[in-house]
Design a protein around this ligand. Structure first.
Ligand code: ATP
Ligand code: MG
Length: 321
């Protein structure tokens, strides 16, 4: 089994990414699994090249610092030639109707003046990410299951038209319980790409900043200290973050406090401890560019060597290359 998952450098990694994805990848990942920084996916909307490069390095350092084996991590654009080639083969196996039916495309295209063609075709690039590495399981959120379905269809279609080349992947949807909400608006998911960082705790924030952000988290008018997600989403979010750090249940935790202030202090301290080793390792990697370059090169070399045979076979069967 090969599990493949990615994180897009659309912003700094936050505690939702850590508790909901990165920490699980580090703990549960098997020896065949692969995790990558999907910098090519960040180009589908307007972006700044200098910032993208910096964020990609930062995310790579965070993945390794979180404990994912360095040889199981890579940066997507290090395989840009291989992915570009496979993406083209898959675009020619994908219909325009199929691509334009993607819900995420419709949603993301709506608010934009100029819609980049890459926003329409990036699910095909994502199929290339998956099929190139022969991934069998793709852990995703609900918003990405349609894209994994597309990768399945394209793999099957290519295999039946030109010959068996690709492993057919399946989506694995993580339970929703692990969703961290924005601290300044608990009705909204904490996200890298949200403007304004007040409601987002980044994994590399220093302890004082973490404390300040948690202290200013919105809480609900109702002063009951109970875990009630619908009625008190602000408190529930804090209790879930604390549960994520301590392994205790949010209900049990709610009973152990007598004020909102005490809950916030406990959340801040638990988070600071949770992030301390990750932050220290990531900062030391970022301070040693040669070391980070070596990690990056080794990850890219492994991912490339894993993909060589599949790409060569796909090109040959399609009658090119
Ligand atoms: P963007 O705003 O660019 O979509 P994001 O913060 O939603 O950024 P993604 O790159 O879309 O992050 O997702 C990376 C991983 O982090 C995915 O596995 C996703 O399920 C997980 N994740 C993202 N946000 C949260 C959150 N608030 N709580 C728990 N898990 C999250
Ligand atoms: Mg997202």
């Amino acid at each position: 089994m090969t599990r493949l998952s990615a994180i897009t450098p659309s912003g700094h990694a936050h505690i939702g990414n850590h508790l909901g994805a990165i920490r699980r990848w580090a703990r549960e990942g098997g020896p065949g699994d692969l995790y990558f920084v999907s910098d090519l996916h960040a180009m589908t909307v307007s972006y700044n090249p200098t910032r993208l490069r910096k964020l990609s390095r930062e995310l790579l350092a965070v993945l390794v610092a979180a404990g994912i084996a360095p040889d199981r991590v890579f940066v997507q654009s290090d395989l840009v030639r291989e992915l570009g080639a496979l993406s083209w083969l898959l675009e020619c196996a994908c219909s325009f109707g199929e691509a334009s039916r993607m819900t995420q495309f419709k949603q993301k295209a709506e608010g934009q003046g100029v819609v980049r063609l890459g926003l329409l075709t990036y699910p095909v690039l994502m199929a290339a990410d998956i099929l190139l590495q022969r991934a069998t399981e793709v852990p995703v959120g609900h918003d990405q299951t349609q894209h994994v379905e597309l990768a399945r269809s394209l793999a099957r279609r290519f295999n039946s038209t030109y010959g068996e080349v690709f492993a057919v992947p399946r989506a694995v949807v993580a339970p929703m319980a692990s969703r961290v909400m924005d601290l300044s608006d608990p009705s909204r998911k904490m996200s890298k790409s949200t403007q304004g960082a007040a409601g987002t705790v980044f994994v590399l924030d220093d302890p004082d900043l973490v404390r300040r952000k948690i202290r200013s988290a919105v809480t609900d008018g109702d002063a009951r200290l109970e875990y009630r997600v619908a009625e008190q989403p602000g408190l529930a979010n804090l209790l879930e973050i604390l549960a994520g750090c301590t392994g205790k249940s949010p209900v049990e935790l709610a009973e152990s406090f007598d004020s909102y202030g005490a809950v916030k202090e406990a959340v801040a301290e638990a988070l600071i401890e949770e992030l301390r080793p990750l932050r220290a390792r990531a900062l030391s990697l970022l301070a040693d560019p040669a070391e980070l370059d070596a990690v990056r090169a080794a990850g890219a070399a492994l991912a490339r060597s894993r993909s060589e045979h599949t790409l060569a076979s796909a090109l040959r069967m399609a009658g090119v290359g």
